[in-house]
Design a protein around this ligand. Structure first.
Ligand code: GTP
Ligand code: MG
Length: 211
């Protein structure tokens, strides 16, 4: 009971803070990011996995981050400021074949440098389409996170695309894989239209953002 209430309170604090989020900058290069201070949570994932949709659902805002049916929409590090000490960063999606090789390379380097050097980065939210499961690039992101002791939390997105039983089965499988490969990483079901797991994810954000 106590935990349930504490969770509700934390989710409420996250919603209040995220609801005040404002677009700050879409950075092509790390030097365009705000000063490396305060706390930052990054949202990563394969192109079209539902990163931007998740940020909108978590903030209770329909149009905070731009959502698209066309994969590869978010091509910058898009920064949203909650307050002067807290930010969310919508990272460019990976695994989108139509992005030219040189640009892909630029992004690979930029992202790895971001993970290696960004002191303010305190958590990684990883969006994984529940119908695809963990891919090679997802594992690279988790590896980046593990190598600097950064907590990571997986949203198994679009859970509404599977039946309840099938979705639970994927969650169990992913948790098993994580226990073997990335024991610090947690995972949950997430769906924007069904509102599955929204408060659960807010509790994680409240913790990382010290809300
Ligand atoms: N059914 C369903 N569709 C979703 C859900 N979340 C996102 N989508 C759809 O998936 C598509 C991609 O969503 P985005 O949020 O733009 O994905 P993204 O990961 O930000 O994509 P990029 O920025 O291109 O990397 C859109 O058509 C969304 O409407 C969900 O929970 N359920
Ligand atoms: Mg996006």
């Amino acid at each position: 009971m106590v935990n349930l209430q504490a969770g509700k309170n934390a989710a409420g604090r996250a919603l209040a803070a995220l609801g005040r989020a404002e677009f700050t900058v879409a950075a092509h290069a790390l030097k365009q990011l705000p000063p490396d201070q305060g706390v930052e949570v990054a949202c990563a994932g394969r192109s079209n996995a539902g990163k931007s949709s998740a940020l909108n659902a978590l903030s209770g805002r329909r149009d905070l981050a731009r959502v698209s049916k066309t994969p590869g929409r978010t091509q910058q590090l898009v920064v949203f400021e909650l307050d002067p000490e807290r930010r969310l960063v919508d990272l460019p999606g990976y695994g989108y074949a139509a992005v030219p090789g040189a640009l892909r390379e630029h992004w690979g380097e930029t992202l790895s440098r971001y993970f290696e050097t960004r002191v303010a980065l305190k958590g990684l939210l990883l969006a994984v389409d529940i119908r695809r499961g963990l891919g090679e690039h997802d594992r690279s992101m988790l590896f980046f996170a593990a190598s600097r002791d950064l907590p990571a939390h997986i949203l198994l997105t679009k859970a509404d695309k599977l039946g309840r039983g099938a979705a639970g089965e994927v969650l169990r499988t992913v948790r098993k894989e994580l226990a073997a490969e990335f024991p610090q990483t947690t995972a949950q079901l997430f769906s924007v239209p069904a509102k599955t797991g929204v408060d659960e994810a807010r509790v994680v954000l409240a913790q990382w953002l010290a809300l």
